[in-house]
Design a protein around this ligand. Structure first.
Ligand code: HEM
Length: 375
């Protein structure tokens, strides 16, 4: 077995080993009282376009409710909690996984058109206990404690109807905005992230790339929702032994200020026409494959909104840390999956291991999704 395979196995074992440390909050007491429906139904859920605060808590749940009524009660309760007043800058985003639309709850005819279980891509080693789930809860807040407390409350509200499948806290180092006001952070590889995103303040762009529209097919309740892809990506420590010039060639941007290689500013508009041979930005650089910046790849652009994670060290003393990659798009095939396939074999793959995550759909409004279950 090659060194690379061994290293990747060891990485995965470390990631899986962390399960025991962070799982185990399921099965909390059920909260009583009739569920109330929130008064105002938002068109889109928060936590997609809203500027990401510093901290987050993600959890995927398996629904174990016995029947559709049990599921409806669960969704009602979560929807009420999500709509209840909470601190400024705190967002709760509820999403559903493909598993919810299997034979258990009679929802097969209501499955969002593009929702399936996330497949393993060539460089992935997906651990079941870190992947998929019937529901995804994303809580974002300025403080980690607040995000965690809200997630704990939601877990308790779920009671015995849902069990935590995987759970992970996130943070955004150097969280801020770039010169054009787009959210940025510095990930644990030391690079700024966010500049290549479409602008979440541009409503027309968001309608084009992020929100499901009337002409997208699928059940009508999905309009105004969006597909959420989560990838749990562990970073390999060997990255830190590489010279900065090599790291920059792998990414395609400067490490200190995020400027595209050969350019002067992070937010400078550029394309690859003047650099067909990759003398400035290598042809296999991450940003070049992720977004070739030509009209024919425009429809595959995605809105990234990720967080870093840190889970201490594994049994071998290696840091278990990386990226909770999150992106939103109107169509997973056209968005994330197309980008991911285009990046196959990129040099960045040597330094990362995707061990979990999933595909989810964010309904336009949790309350109306809950109401659908009673129909
Ligand atoms: C595996 C760990 C990853 C790391 C360390 C990483 C890092 C980065 C960095 C530093 C940038 C440049 C700054 C920016 O535009 O935000 C970037 C851009 C980008 N990344 Fe990633 N990324 C990772 C995974 C992914 C994945 C899984 C996807 C999607 C399949 C993706 C898609 C993109 C896109 C679309 C851009 C913007 C490129 C542009 O518009 O020029 N990245 N990434």
């Amino acid at each position: 077995m090659s060194d690379t395979v061994l290293r990747r196995r060891a990485l995965l074992q470390g990631a899986a080993g962390a399960v025991a440390g962070i799982a185990g909050v399921a099965g909390a007491a059920s909260c009583g009282g009739p569920a109330q429906r929130p008064a105002a139904a938002p068109t889109h859920q928060p936590g997609v376009l809203t500027p990401p605060p510093d901290s987050s808590a993600f959890a995927a749940f398996d629904v174990v409710a016995a029947d559709r009524t049990g599921l409806a009660t669960l969704m009602d309760r979560l929807a009420v909690r999500a709509a209840a007043p909470h601190a400024a800058d705190l967002t709760i985003t509820l999403a559903v996984g493909a598993g919810l639309f299997d034979a258990r709850f009679g929802l097969a005819g209501q499955r969002p058109a593009g929702l399936q279980a996330m497949p393993a891509f060539p460089n992935d080693v997906l651990a079941e206990q870190w992947s998929h789930g019937d529901l995804l809860v994303q809580v974002c807040a300025p403080q980690q404690d607040a995000a965690r407390a809200v997630l704990a409350d939601l877990t308790q509200v779920a009671g015995t109807a849902a069990k935590v499948r995987w759970q992970l806290d996130g943070f955004r180092p150097e969280n801020g905005v770039d010169a054009e006001g787009r959210p940025t952070t510095r990930n644990l590889f030391g690079f700024r992230e966010g500049a290549g995103n479409p602008d979440p303040r541009d409503q027309a762009e968001m309608d084009r790339l992020v929100w499901v529209g009337g002409d997208d097919g699928g059940p009508s309740w999905t309009r105004g929702g969006t597909y959420q892809v989560v990838r749990l990506v562990r970073f390999a420590g060997v990255w830190n032994t590489e010279p900065v010039t090599r790291q920059e060639a792998v990414i395609g941007r400067r490490k200190n200020d995020g400027a595209p290689l050969g350019h002067s500013r992070e937010t400078e508009p550029f394309d690859y026409q003047a650099d067909p041979d990759g003398r400035l930005i290598p042809r296999d650089a991450h940003i070049r494959l992720a977004n070739p910046r030509v009209p024919s790849t425009e429809a595959s652009r995605i809105l990234r909104r990720g967080y870093s994670y840190r889970l201490g060290t594994d049994a071998a003393g290696q840091a278990d840390e990386g990226l909770i990659f999150v992106c939103f798009q109107r169509d997973i095939e056209r968005g994330f999956a197309t980008v991911q396939r285009r990046m196959a074999g990129q040099p960045l793959d040597r330094y990362v291991l995707t061990f979990g995550g999933g595909y989810y759909f964010v309904p336009p409004d949790p309350a109306s999704f809950a109401a659908l279950l009673r129909a």
